[in-house]
Design a protein around this ligand. Structure first.
Ligand SMILES: NC(=O)c1ccc[n+]([C@@H]2O[C@H](COP(=O)([O-])OP(=O)(O)OC[C@H]3O[C@@H](n4cnc5c(N)ncnc54)[C@H](O)[C@@H]3O)[C@@H](O)[C@H]2O)c1
Length: 315
């Protein structure tokens, strides 16, 4: 099939794009910037948050996209705390979703929409894996989370009004490859590695933070399976929402230890309170994805993080 990936220059977009090409699919990417990792993904450079975008048949903004069989919408400002500091960025995320849904409606394409475990906030009971039904807009912890919820709602409304097939996939702390571009996005794992390697203290926000770290290979397998079922019109997938995470929790402080051990150094820890808008505990219940399309995450964090750190270019 021919797939449009938005956010195709990002971490998940690049990993997914390469996997789809390897599986024999055709690919077209949209991003606000060129792909820094590979030249294999054809990328149209478009600001998807510009309103209004010309999203007429076969077009999105200035880029000729042509017919597609499905859209995977990943483009976003993806850092939660950055959108606490600049809430307008969350509105831009919602504008991107609006443009992409319009494109999909006019092009009769199903949409796979990237969402986040952030939608569960901190009102969930610690210790119990979180099912998809636990999301509640009243518990939205940040503008990022609120706009992810709004976007999920908008996609549902397109199904209600126009019969547009969609599915929502909620990720959690994805790591593993094409994510160490520290100058662009400060992802915790790579900030930790950078500071440990330079013998600088490592600040952890939230002493008891436990999160569900997901290797990108598990994510890509899950997205591909969801996409296949969505395009096939599987009623267990169309209009549904899925947690695509590892399904287990790991302390953030433990991640620092994993990285220090992997590079043969000692970490000097500084603990600060969790920052406004941050989720401090999350373990996904992935039963629904397993039942619907056999989703089975395979890479535990104790294996995945040391491997990611070893495989990344040295500092
Ligand atoms: N990586 C994670 O841990 C994680 C967790 C939960 C949810 N998500 C969601 O998954 C999706 C993909 O995340 P990622 O980790 O690959 O992030 P990423 O930042 O690596 O990729 C997002 C891409 O979107 C692009 N983009 C930003 N603004 C744009 C605009 N105005 N127009 C066009 N493109 C634009 C960026 O340039 C970037 O390449 C996002 O929607 C994110 O919110 C990611």
């Amino acid at each position: 099939m021919r797939v449009l990936i938005t956010g195709s220059s990002g971490q998940i977009g690049t990993n997914l794009g390469i996997a789809l090409l390897a599986a024999g699919h055709e690919l077209v990417g949209i991003d606000v910037r060129a792909n820094p990792w590979t030249s294999r993904i054809q990328t149209h450079v478009v600001d998807l948050s510009a309103m209004p975008l010309d999203v007429g048949r076969g077009r999105i903004g200035p880029a000729e996209i042509g017919e597609v069989d499905a859209v995977v919408h990943l483009a976003a400002h993806a850092k939660v705390h950055a959108l606490v500091e600049r809430p307008l960025g969350a509105f831009e995320n919602h504008a991107m979703v609006t443009n992409v849904l319009e494109f999909a409606r006019l092009n009769h394409a199903p949409v796979l929409l990237a969402s986040s475990r952030e939608v569960y906030g901190n009102a969930i009971a610690r210790g119990v894996p979180v099912p998809e039904t636990a999301a509640d807009f009243r518990a939205a912890p940040s503008p990022y989370a609120a706009m992810k919820l709004a976007s999920e709602g908008l996609a549902a409304s397109y199904r209600g009004c126009f019969g547009m097939p969609f599915a929502v996939i909620r990720f959690s702390n994805v790591y593993g490859r094409f994510d160490h571009d520290l100058a662009r996005l400060e992802r915790a794992i790579w900030v930790f590695r950078d500071r440990i390697a330079r013998d600088l203290p490592v600040t952890v926000y939230g002493a008891d933070k436990v999160l569900d770290f997901t290797h990108v290979d598990d994510v890509v397998a899950g997205v591909q399976a969801t996409l296949t079922e969505l395009v096939a019109g599987n009623p267990a997938v169309v209009g549904e929402t899925f947690n695509l995470a590892h399904g287990s929790g790991f302390p953030l402080i433990g991640v620092v230890d994993l990285i220090a051990t992997a590079i043969g150094r000692k970490a000097e820890l500084r603990i600060e309170p969790a920052r406004p808008g941050e989720v401090t505990w999350y373990v996904a219940d992935v039963t629904k994805a397993h039942r619907a399309f056999g989703y089975t995450p395979r890479i535990p964090v104790t294996e995945g993080i040391p491997r990611a750190v070893r495989d990344a270019p040295p500092i």
